[in-house]
Every structure is written in structure tokens, then in C-alpha cells.
Ligand binder design. Structure first.
Ligand code: KG4
Ligand code: ZN
Length: 354
């Protein structure tokens, strides 16, 4: 079965073709980043208009690359939410119109489920069950994933998402939108421990997280440096040190909470999904993650165990059509059909959770 996937929830138009027998055949993406950069953030109206412009050429690019005619498509999957209302509607209208014209089913996909399943697009796939850390610009959630469609929310950020904190902190440091990736680049040249920022909620008993206080800590540090230097500009090395300290704080909190989740569930596999999953420090730290598992029958006491960590391939970390086509293909037989072309800008993942 060949599924066309459409992603248009924010500022990336993604289209992909996933074949349940042969895997991913093509995936094309257009990012609106440059268009929004001059406004310092996503302008929803511009985003919707651009999705409309891109959807047909991206689809045709995929079909051409895969050598498949329109008639070869068996179903059209699209991101129904969460995301920007207008942007979602562009994708939904297109997906529904195309499916209607082809006489094929349309499959609504939850954007976060797409992210959650994206590591399954890699050659080396995780086995169920696993703990998933979803870290994007809009969400920071830790879930127990026992199978396709079987997700349990274990904890989440009570305020800013980790990616949002990266972007806001980058803006505060004068970096161009979207600053998360740029901040993490600069952190490479930052000296460890030149600044130390708090690790909010790291010791709380639950799996809840908080990142909004971190940008205040950064702001305080920036103001202090400015006052000391008597200038608005922050020296380059100091800025890089701040980037490093901020990134270290976020990654420390995420690692501590994920460890707790692994202990709580007893799972030994971790999957990281979402844009922040592209972060080098997070990959480095999670790559050496171990947890001290309590004793079990037939196993030695309190042994430190290496965790199997899976990251989606870089191209599928940020928003893309491949993860939507894949999630759609997984649901194809489950008979989840769309409620006309309604979109759900606010759609808690818990509503599709068993
Ligand atoms: O998953 P995604 O593409 O879109 C959402 O659904 O939000 O994630 C985008 C987020 C942005 O906040 C961006 O700053 C962040 O991922 N991001 C990064 C890095 N690359 C992207 N954050 C930290 N380090 C990176 N290398
Ligand atoms: Zn996303």
C-alpha cells in the first residue's frame, strides 16, 4: 500500500511517499524559515499561503522521484493537528481534495505521533516497548510507548517547551530566528562551567519539567555582563559560554527525567524525537546514558545498565512529511478515517491514547 503523507502544521511543508512493502520512496520538504526570519518568528497567515503554493509541486516531485502516477496512491495521510489553524487547513484541504479526486481514503495523523514513530524510519529500529522523549518547539513530553497507538504520557513541561526555550534564549542573545540550532552551534565554542544556570525541577519526584525560568536566568546573566562592560554587546566568548551553560542545563534536566522514566517503566530502550533531538550535546549525553536497574529474578542486584538509545535520522528530526506518511501507513488498516477536513489546532496526544 502506498501512502502519501502531508505535513503543514507550522513553517515546513513536507510531502512523502511511504510504501508498506518497500519503505520510504521519496520525501520532499520546503522550509519557510527564510520567509519568516525577517519577522523574527512564524507569521501564521504567510505560512498558510506558502503551504498552498508548495503542496502540488512537492507532491509531483515525490511522485516523479518514486516513478509513481497519482493513481498509484492508495491513501492520503495528513497532519490534522496540533499546529497553526490556517496552516493545518491548507494541508487538510489539499489532502481531502486529492483523496476525493482519487477515490482513496484520507487518514488524519497527530503531528506528535508522527514524531514519536519517526525513529522507526531508520534502518536500525527500536523494538517496543520504549520510553520516548518528544522534544520539539511546541512540546516536551515523556511517554511510555508499548506499541503503535499505545502511548502513555508520563510527564511534560509545565511551561515552555525545550525547543521554545532554545529559541527564546537565542533571541535574547541577539541570534537570528530560529535560534535553537544556532545557539547549539555557538555552545560548541563555549567553556564548560563559565556560567552555571539552574536545573529547574530536576529533583522533583515526578516527570514534570519546567524551562521558562531558564531564560530569566540567562537574561539576568546577560544584564550583568552588559552592566560590567558598560556596553550593549556581549563579548563573543561570553555569549558562547552562556549558550553552553544554557544547553548543559536543558540537557541535564532532560537526561535526569528520562532516566527516571526508564527506572519507573523498567524499559531499557529510549527513543528521542522532535527538533531538539538534532542537538549534538543531547545526542552525546544520551549516547552514554546508563540506569541502575533494580534487581530482578535471575539478575544481579542493582546493576548499572546501558540504555539503547535511538534517534531519528537527522532529516526526520524536524518537521517532515515522511513521519506523517509512515504514521498514516501504520493506521491504514486501523480504519481511522478523517472527520471531513476538520483540523485540530489544539489536540492533546492523550486523546488518541488508549
Ligand atoms: O519538531 P520541530 O521541527 O517543530 C515543532 O514541531 O516544533 O522542532 C523545532 C524546534 C525549534 O524550537 C528549534 O529551535 C529546535 O527544534 N531545534 C534545536 C536544534 N535544531 C532544532 N534545538 C536545539 N538544538 C538544535 N540543534
Ligand atoms: Zn514538529
Amino acid at each position: 500500500m502506498l501512502v502519501l503523507g502531508i505535513e503543514s502544521s507550522c513553517d515546513e511543508t513536507g510531502v512523502a511517499l511511504y510504501d508498506t512493502e518497500r519503505g520510504l520512496l521519496a520525501h520532499h520538504l520546503h522550509t519557510q524559515m527564510a520567509m519568516h526570519a525577517e519577522y523574527g518568528g512564524v507569521v501564521p497567515e504567510l505560512a498558510s499561503r506558502d503551504h498552498i503554493r508548495r503542496l502540488v509541486p512537492l507532491t509531483e516531485g515525490c511522485l516523479k522521484e518514486a516513478g509513481v502516477p497519482y493513481g498509484g496512491i492508495d491513501a492520503v495521510a495528513f497532519t490534522q493537528g496540533p499546529g497553526l489553524g490556517g496552516a493545518l487547513l491548507a494541508g487538510s484541504s489539499y489532502a481531502n481534495a486529492l483523496a476525493l479526486a482519487l477515490g482513496k481514503p484520507v487518514i488524519p495523523v497527530h503531528h506528535l505521533e508522527g514524531h514519536l514513530l519517526s525513529p522507526l524510519l531508520a534502518d536500525e529500529k527500536p523494538d517496543f516497548p520504549f520510553v520516548a522523549l518528544l522534544v520539539s518547539g511546541g512540546h516536551t513530553q515523556i511517554m511510555a510507548v508499548r506499541g503503535i497507538g499505545d502511548y502513555e504520557l508520563l510527564g511534560e513541561s509545565v511551561d515552555d517547551a525545550a525547543g521554545e526555550a532554545f529559541d527564546k534564549t537565542a533571541k535574547l542573545l541577539g541570534l537570528p530566528y530560529p535560534g535553537g540550532a544556532k545557539l547549539s552551534e555557538l555552545a560548541k565554542s563555549g567553556r564548560p562551567d563559565a556560567f552555571i544556570f539552574p536545573r529547574p525541577m530536576i529533583h522533583s519526584d515526578d516527570l514534570q519539567m519546567s524551562f521558562s525560568g531558564l531564560k530569566t536566568a540567562v537574561l539576568t546573566a546577560v544584564e550583568k555582563v552588559r552592566a560590567e562592560n558598560g556596553a550593549d554587546d556581549i563579548p563573543e566568548q561570553t555569549r558562547n559560554d552562556i549558550c553552553r551553560a544554557f544547553q548543559d542545563a536543558v540537557v541535564d534536566v532532560l537526561a535526569a527525567k528520562v532516566k527516571k522514566a526508564l527506572l519507573q517503566t523498567g524499559f531499557r530502550t529510549l527513543v528521542v524525537a522532535g527538533g531538539v533531538g538534532a542537538n549534538w550535546k543531547l545526542r552525546e549525553e544520551f549516547g552514554k546514558l546508563t540506569v541502575c536497574m533494580p534487581s530482578e529474578k535471575g539478575r544481579p542486584k542493582n546493576r548499572e545498565e546501558k540504555v539503547d538509545v535511538f534517534f531519528p535520522p537527522m532529516a526526520y528530526c524536524t518537521d517532515n512529511g515522511a513521519m506523517i506518511a509512515f504514521a498514516g501507513a501504520m493506521h491504514l488498516n486501523a480504519g481511522r478515517e478523517a472527520d471531513a477536513f476538520n483540523v485540530r489546532p489544539r489536540w492533546p496526544l492523550s486523546e488518541i491514547v488508549k
